[in-house]
Design a protein around this ligand. Structure first.
Ligand SMILES: [Fe+2]
Length: 391
């Protein structure tokens, strides 16, 4: 969002109808009937079948539906097109996405392709404003906030890169956010997604685009993640803690719809695509090094984060190291293993991918050069690799 001559401080656009709370999935029939007659149910490969959720959804919908259970983590353009073909073959008229961020992002990309005909990767780059077919999102993880955002992250099936479709009109029509659906998540997934939610709020707070309404929501969500992730680790079935985490994730989605994500996300998307790391894990690997880089120019924002997180420190940068450690070290989300530091050519490739995101260089709190990106990647690899240089 440009802070333009009309003195617009922020541009809050959240058209998604949100039904939040344990049991909100029970509203599926009424919400769906208001949208269309024949949904394509989009899910991940195994999750819906394993948890018995598929049968529950079919019972709740109580009508005909086509199914597409082929979405994998970091969905690629080919998977999106396969879903489009299934939708068209079944004469469906809306999409029901049940799963994590990958599933919801893939469904949003399908909805766009179905309405406008191009292939998914042709919509990347500039922000667009194209009305897609309706999507109802039922998130089964508490992290991405994709159920309320205009973004869809899609992997390129021909290159190791992720691209983001930014469609101003791309938010789901409705989101049924039912924290009870997260009670059986494994700890690693819970923490990866919780870290994602935290970093959405963190990056909104330190961004040059940040605004008071965003700050107050994001700070509350940061406190909820810090407090409740350890609780669900000790007690996975703690529904109240799951509720708080899911509320934080939802808020994270709402704030990044207004103040976009920053350097941690952009660098992590390309690192994760190349080394096949879960989204939250790749964020964790970069969080500390990027925070230390930006700390000289966003001390006030970091102090607010520390206060929300309940950490006392005279030095905001050191304080944030403590926050990252408590969030990331338990499940080793602050490290990954590569057999050796990459060649300079690989660092240049990663830097070039980041350089395509011109908005990042406008909103990052500290003036950012391409050489800084390369250096930050180099630091991450230095801390995570052993052996000889590889490509
Ligand atoms: Fe994210």
């Amino acid at each position: 969002m440009n802070k333009d001559p009309r003195n617009i401080v922020f541009d809050w656009f959240s058209p998604t109808r949100i039904l939040f709370g344990p049991g909100s999935i029970e509203a599926l029939h009424d919400i769906g009937r208001a949208i269309g007659k024949l949904p394509l149910l989009v899910t991940g490969k195994n999750m819906v079948k394993q948890t018995g959720l598929l049968a529950r959804i079919q019972k709740l919908w109580d009508g005909p539906m086509e199914t597409f259970h082929s979405i994998e983590p970091d969905p690629c353009d080919e998977q999106v097109m396969a879903g489009v073909r299934t939708f068209e073959a079944g004469n469906c008229d809306w999409l029901l996405a049940v799963g994590g961020g990958s599933v919801i992002d893939a469904a949003k990309a399908m909805a766009l392709v179905l309405a406008h005909g191009e292939r998914p990767l042709e919509y990347t780059g500039q922000e667009i404003s194209l009305q897609p077919l309706p999507v109802v999102a039922v998130p089964t993880t508490a992290g991405t906030g994709s159920e309320v955002t205009r973004y869809a992250v899609i992997s390129d099936s021909k290159q190791s890169r992720k691209v983001t479709i930014k469609n101003r009109l791309g938010c789901p029509a409705a989101a049924l956010v039912d924290p009870a659906l997260t009670l059986d998540l494994p700890p690693y997934v819970t923490w990866c997604t919780g870290v994602d939610a935290f970093i959405h709020c963190f990056e909104a707070l330190v961004s040059r685009e940040s605004a008071p309404l965003v700050d107050s929501l994001a700070l509350r969500a940061i406190g909820q993640v810090i407090h409740n992730l350890p609780l669900v680790d000790a007690e996975p079935k703690n529904l109240q803690a799951r509720v708080e985490l899911h509320e934080a994730a939802l808020v994270g989605g709402l704030v990044i719809n207004t103040v976009r994500t920053g350097i941690i996300h952009t660098m992590a998307n390309h690192l994760g695509a190349r080394y096949h790391l879960a989204h939250g894990h790749s964020l964790g690997v970069l969080a500390s090094v990027c925070t230390r880089f930006n700390a000289p120019t966003c001390g006030e924002a970091l102090r607010k984060v520390l206060q929300a997180a309940g950490v006392e420190s005279a030095d905001p940068s050191e304080g944030m190291d403590s926050v990252w450690s408590s969030l990331l070290s338990g499940h080793q989300l602050d490290r990954f293993t590569v057999s050796a530091p990459p060649a300079e050519e690989t660092l240049r490739d990663l830097t070039e991918l980041v350089s395509r995101d011109r908005r990042l260089f406008e909103v990052n709190p500290r003036c950012l050069e391409l050489s800084d990106i390369t250096q930050l990647y180099r630091e991450v690899f230095r801390a995570n690799s052993v052996g000889q240089a590889v490509r």
